[in-house]
Design a protein around this ligand. Sequence first.
Ligand code: SAH
Ligand code: SF4
Length: 367
Amino acid sequence: MPAAPTNLYDLTREELTALFTRWEFSPVHVARLWNYLYWECTDSLAAMPELPAKVRKRLEAETRLGVLPVSLETDSTDGFTRKYLLRLADDARIETVLMRFTGRVTACISSQVGCAMGCVFCATGQMGYTRHLTPGEIVAQAVHVQRALRQPPPELCHALRDKGAAARAMAGGARLRNVVLMGMGEPLHNYEAVMKAVDILRDPNGLALGAERITLSTVGVVPGILRLAREKRPVHLAVSLHAATQAGRAALVPAAKKWPLDELMAACRTYSETTGRRIFYEWTLIEGKNDSAEDARAVGRLLHGLPAQVNLIPLNPTQGYAGAPTHTAAAKHFQHILMHEFDLPSTVRQRRGIDIAAGCGQLAVNA
Ligand code: SAH
Ligand code: SF4
């Protein structure tokens, strides 16, 4: 069987350079292609007139541009959130969310089709695991969002391509600035592909996402957290905690049976010590389950002495879980305890995109 054509979004710039060297094409064409891929966000090889015909022909014969076609696009009535259902080459679907809150443009991207971790309140967990995404499928989601955001006239785009970042920023059309790996899937279960995608997203001549602009959220895959620390990966880390006792956590997050709370907290400590970075701890607030004053104190004690910020996420509805979200007043009280008794900063995530099931834990596709 012939090898499947290489997805161009799977390649780092170094790999693309190596390929062009092997093909004996000038490195000038690498720069041009990279520009098309990540600055113009061109959606087909045929629309790259600056590449000589022989380069384009070879690319067409031996590679493919893994643009993800949109199966469905929905806008929330909140005016800030848009959700894309994107189709992969094998016909599987994933969801990607574009958020524009307070001037920040953020893409929430997926790392897997489904998820193997089975958190009880999460729609992705409820659908089960199908497969990992490739680096190119992860990258293509961010490119899709950037393409959608940046719709300046193509001539302007073209004219500014060699003029540097400042001129580009002037070109109109918003620039994607933040990426959160908080869509479908557990990113640390798909470590290699996710890290390669992060490298591509950060390439200074590409989407050029700053180190401070990529956040990865994990259910608590201990070996993955330790590896992130060891490799000093330039991402922010968010850890989904949800309960401050092993038993409480295991009831919500089955992965806690594999990576118990004490091991998780030890890994988080190592991560913060090695990288000097604060971790965001996520806490889905479920009425009557993990939202009492005592729960808040238990979190405060658990995180004592760690560089931490708590992100409180009132439960979003999903089909497979009957719990209710904590009311605003109770969430405020929770925050108050964290701040005043433990000096622990926290935020309550705004509920956005709920009407189109684009909130945390609501992403899922029908098999
Ligand atoms: N797999 C990763 C990232 C994706 S989920 C993780 O679990 O961290 C992103 C965040 O949404 C996680 O903190 C997750 O626990 C939370 N979440 C899942 N389902 C939710 C729901 N129904 N309501 C609110 N938050 C939810
Ligand atoms: Fe997977 Fe995260 Fe959902 Fe848990 S919360 S099932 S880890 S996507």
